[in-house]
Design a protein around this ligand. Structure first.
Ligand code: CA
Length: 432
């Protein structure tokens, strides 16, 4: 009996030590969100759509020692009532749980760490690369990222696999060769200047190694492009600003074309200046101006942050102004944004009179809304949000957006092209 007690005590000590050991090795946190939305006059055809989505992210950090971290983030991304992502055993179904992030990060030295696996990439204001955190799925990349950091700057080098594929077309002259899409970059951020919280420089490369046959029979890669960018941001005595300029170049090929085409008219800028009232009442007002050429590829932005919450447009052949206001009132935050959208290039397509060469583009930045007419005015959007913190871990947002068509949108042949499209949504978020 005494022996048993001794064994029991020893076991308890070992277990307790094991538990405290384990506790110091891993941390968990996460968030859960429910969103329901209704769009009236969706796609300008007078229909009403309503959608619910549910997301739960569970952040698990394992740290076997000071140098190595392993991060795993399973994510439930569920569009309410759908079965597309469900695992089903009739008549029951469970939504699939996906791995949103899974990576290791190892510090070889205080100044250098290497991350490998699946991770979100977040740079600057997410104008060019962002994780689309608001979305039920969001975006993460697979690959390697090295970061070298010192007191006043850091520099990232990354290479990510956007698409893994091999040419399997029978009879293809390139049968069996890699047709991957790779995205790589160098991102440098300097933080050691007064009144400038960061000055960023970046150089990005994307290669789409799929091949298409040109009219002469030569094979050419679908895309080989680079993007060079500069970003500045800072604030002083209540005034804040940010500026980002990106310019792209390279070549693209389409099947049957006589030759590869140079990427041109492919720059964008986005500038915002804001003012926050002094004192306890932290209301902020800002004015933003932006423009993107008809050849610009928006790459991987959190587009939702920028061109209106109704998510109607991508950053291509578009310019405009935005008025921003954010007013905190006790536990409420009231947001108001007013956007105007215009086409940059309205050049008539000489081969089809009455149409233009480039339309305005949908959220993905590549699908055109249409090319009828040569009007510049796309329309305007008003976004109103009311956020409320119910407690330290629970908050809600009520949002209302209304888009009014300009001459360009009215002419694209939509049944209700001249009627406002409205979006109403309620979001509830909890953190743990
Ligand atoms: Ca490959």
């Amino acid at each position: 009996m005494r022996k048993l007690l001794r064994v029991g005590t020893a076991l308890a000590v070992v277990l307790a030590a094991g538990l405290s050991y384990a506790e110091s090795q891993w941390k968990q946190s996460g968030s859960m969100r429910y969103r329901t939305e209704q769009v009236d006059n969706a796609d300008f055809v007078s229909k009403r759509t309503d959608t619910q989505n549910i997301q739960l992210k569970w952040d698990l950090t394992f740290q076997p020692n000071d140098m190595t971290t392993i991060f795993f983030q399973p994510k439930l991304s569920l569009v309410g009532g759908t079965t597309a992502t469900h695992t089903t055993i009739a008549p029951f179904s469970d939504p699939a749980l996906s791995a949103h992030q899974a990576y290791f990060n190892h510090k070889f030295a205080d100044s250098f760490a290497l991350l490998g696996g699946r991770s979100e990439l977040v740079y600057g204001d997410q104008l060019v690369i962002g994780p689309v955190g608001w979305h039920v799925m969001g975006r993460s990349f697979d690959g390697l990222k090295g970061r070298y950091s010192m007191d006043n700057f850091w520099i990232d080098l990354f290479t990510m696999k956007v698409e893994e594929s091999v040419d399997t077309t029978a009879g293809s002259p390139t049968l069996g060769h890699s047709t991957d899409i790779d995205f790589s970059g160098i991102y440098f951020s300097y933080t050691g200047l007064p009144f400038v919280s960061a000055i960023d420089l970046y150089y990005l490369m994307r290669a789409d190694r799929q091949e298409v046959a040109l009219s002469g029979g030569d094979m050419a890669n679908v895309e080989s492009m680079t993007a060079t960018g500069l970003r500045l941001t800072g604030d002083t005595s209540g005034i804040d600003y940010r500026l980002e300029y990106t310019t792209e170049s390279g070549k693209r090929a389409t099947a049957g074309a006589a030759a590869t085409a140079d990427i041109e008219k492919a720059s964008q800028y986005d500038v915002e200046v804001g003012y926050t009232l002094p004192g306890d009442f932290k209301a902020r007002f800002a004015l933003e101006a932006f423009s993107a050429g008809e050849g610009y590829d928006q790459l991987y932005p959190t587009a939702h942050k920028w061109l209106g919450y109704a998510d109607l447009f991508g950053r291509r052949n578009i310019s405009g102004f935005v008025l921003h206001a954010k007013v905190p009132v006790s536990d409420f935050t009231i947001g108001f944004d007013y956007h105007t959208f215009n086409r940059v290039n309205v050049e008539e397509d000489a081969s089809v009179p009455g149409t233009s060469k480039y339309g305005a583009y949908k959220l993905n930045g590549s699908t055109s809304w249409g090319t009828t007419g040569t009007d510049a005015a796309i329309g305007s959007e008003m976004d109103l949000t009311v956020g409320y913190k119910f407690g330290p871990a629970f908050s809600g947002t009520l949002g209302y957006s209304s888009f009014t068509s300009g001459e360009y949108m009215k002419k694209q042949g939509f049944l209700k092209g001249d009627t406002a499209l409205t979006l109403l949504y309620v979001e509830m978020s909890a953190k743990f």
